[in-house]
Ligand binder design. Structure first.
Ligand code: BTN
Length: 266
């Protein structure tokens, strides 16, 4: 257990608490995906807060079946076991919670003013700096555990990106003016923030996450193109619902909500 002091940085104040997740990190060199490693641990009964971190992933994965570029020693490729005992329908809130926690840690440790693009991307300088993938496992129709996968492009240079990702992905090194990121310090801050926000969420519900998410969002107030299983449409993003859906105002003035899907900022 570790006492984490209150900190004040760019308005990111919070009270101190007893952090315990930073003591349960499995560090590996090269794996196919930390998601799979964390699942194995969860299946064997690993406690909540167990984290797997790898230097490299050969089969890192993102949302929508995409690959996640995970070169050796350049990023934070991490998966965290959670056992929230929530109805399955509420798990998208955990993605938003993870976005808030990671964005807070990034701003605090590096000073890079990352922002959150709904639902789970962190952007800096208009490009993606971090992705979050939440995978849930069910047992007898109920949520058994969740694996929160977090990929932070810490020290990648432009050359570290394959051609197709240049212009889309960036890193804390690039956005921070060439100053290398201390990955250990950042990973610890990420886990501390995750633990802090998660405990508060279990205690108090979604409202504090919603408030911080809206403050850190780069989505709200923007015209967006929305891609859902029902099709593509354009609208203005205006807020989050109390459940964590993105609220959209159509040209007609009508308010619609989406719980999952993807958006593009226009
Ligand atoms: C996305 O933006 O599509 C989500 C990307 C999530 C990437 C992380 S890296 C650690 C963990 N292991 C994986 O294979 N994926 C997640």
């Amino acid at each position: 257990m570790k006492e984490v002091n209150a900190h004040i940085s760019g308005g990111l104040k919070r009270e101190s608490f007893e952090a315990s997740w930073t003591g349960r990190i499995e560090h590996m060199d090269t794996v196919e995906s930390t998601q799979e490693e964390a699942k194995l641990l969860a299946e064997r009964g690993a406690p909540e807060g167990t984290a797997v971190m790898a230097e490299a992933q050969t089969g890192g994965r993102g949302r929508m079946g995409r690959k996640w570029h995970s070169p050796h020693g350049k990023g934070i490729w991490m998966s965290l076991v959670l056992r929230p005992g929530l109805p399955l329908a509420l798990t998208p809130q955990l993605t938003l919670l993870a976005g808030v926690a990671v964005c807070t840690a990034i701003r605090e440790v590096t000073g890079v003013q990352a922002g959150i693009k709904w639902p789970n991307d962190l952007l800096a300088g208009g490009r993606k700096i971090c992705g979050i993938l939440l995978e849930s496992s069910l047992r007898e129709g109920r949520l058994h555990y969740c694996i929160a996968g977090i990929g932070i492009a810490a020290n990648l240079t432009e050359e570290d990106y394959p051609e197709e990702l240049r212009g889309i992905g960036t890193s804390l090194l690039i956005e921070g003016g060439g100053i290398p990121v201390d990955r250990t310090r950042l990973a610890q801050a990420v886990l501390e923030e995750l633990e802090y926000w998660y405990r508060q969420y279990i205690r108090e519900g979604f409202a504090p996450v919603k408030e911080r998410w809206e403050a850190m969002s780069v989505t709200l107030g923007r015209q967006v193109s929305v891609n859902t299983p029902q099709g593509r449409s354009e609208a203005t993003a205006v807020g989050l619902s109390d459940q964590g859906e993105l609220l959209l105002r159509k040209d007609t003035g009508e308010i619609a909500s989406v719980l999952s899907g993807e958006i593009e900022l226009i």
